[in-house]
Design a protein around this ligand. Sequence first.
Ligand code: ADP
Ligand code: MG
Length: 376
Amino acid sequence: AGYNYGLPLSSPRAAKHVEGQRIRVCVRKRPLTRAECRRGEADVVYAPSGECVVVCESKEAVDLTEYILQHRFYFDQVLGEGSSNEEVYQKTAYPLVQHMLSGGKATCFAYGQTGAGKTHTMLGSSSSGTGLYALAVQDIFAHLSTINTALLVYVSFFEIYCGQLYDLLEHRKRLFAREDGNKVVHISGLREVRVDSVSSLLEVISKGTAERTQGMSGVNPLSSRSHALLQIQIRDLNQQIAGRMWFVDLAGSERASDAKDPNKQSRMEGAEINQSLLALKECIRSLDKEESHTPFRQSKLTQVLKDSFVGDSMTCMIANISPGHSATEHTLNTLRYADRVKELRGEIGPIGRRRRRSKMGPSDKNMSDSSSSNKR
Ligand code: ADP
Ligand code: MG
């Protein structure tokens, strides 16, 4: 980094995060929606502790008796349906914002099936209040008001759909990413808006979000088929970067299975999403492995985020999951993906020692425990 315009890290939790963990993988389970309750959807996900999540899958044996298969996973943090966006922020993005404010680079991803709560987490909603974008922005401006150095805040917001970039702050203008001679990736023509207050930043974000939903066509809203990338940069008066942070609201992970859809457009979108989510997983993992080769060129998403996978970057992935029984398969896919992201550290770090069968959970006599995370 080299920059330190900031105060020392204020919270012990943040300091611990910076020293010990560059990748943090968290799970957020949303509550059943009113519509799901009306349909009689059963809640099949429970969190016996702040680090464990269990999915109960109903199965039929050969003799047609029903049994419950329990899939157990461990993560850095599991946030249940009772967690507010403020709590989620404190346990996920907050340490990253602190890292950014001390001159570093940070990236926070919302991953998961469409309808699992990615946008609710990032953007929030009118009823639930603010999301991670706004909470981070508040912390950034609060911090800047306490220091003597004059620093500027810039924001850019764009979308990646089928491997192409569209500027959400410039009426979906097509953008192009290029790597220069120094292997730095630039997005030419990207609009960067300078903002001087929390409210002006939130206004820019809401304008970009409106572009995102208005651009929808066909049956599936575009927002489920594209990645939305928000970048916040802090610069000094010479335009030198003094901290940067990405928030990425990823395309619905279930879209990756559209790669086999008979409809050509869906197939193309699905293949693209599949490719980018696989590349993302590999790129995040390589951050922990200190590998010199990061496969960031394998997708547009990882190419534009290249900087996030090298050096002193910190990453947090929030895997959003739905509680309902009809989403079980997608929920398991999401948890397996997230598990893979932290797998390497899990084998050598403290998470590995916690892998054991828990005695908690529904006491069905026919129940078997698949303990997905324990299988290697
Ligand atoms: P995604 O962006 O992953 O497709 P959304 O964020 O749009 O999903 O969430 C789908 C629905 O569920 C929305 O109506 C949203 O308000 C609701 N929802 C999501 N997460 C929560 C939560 N933690 N608490 C309450 N409602 C939620
Ligand atoms: Mg969304």
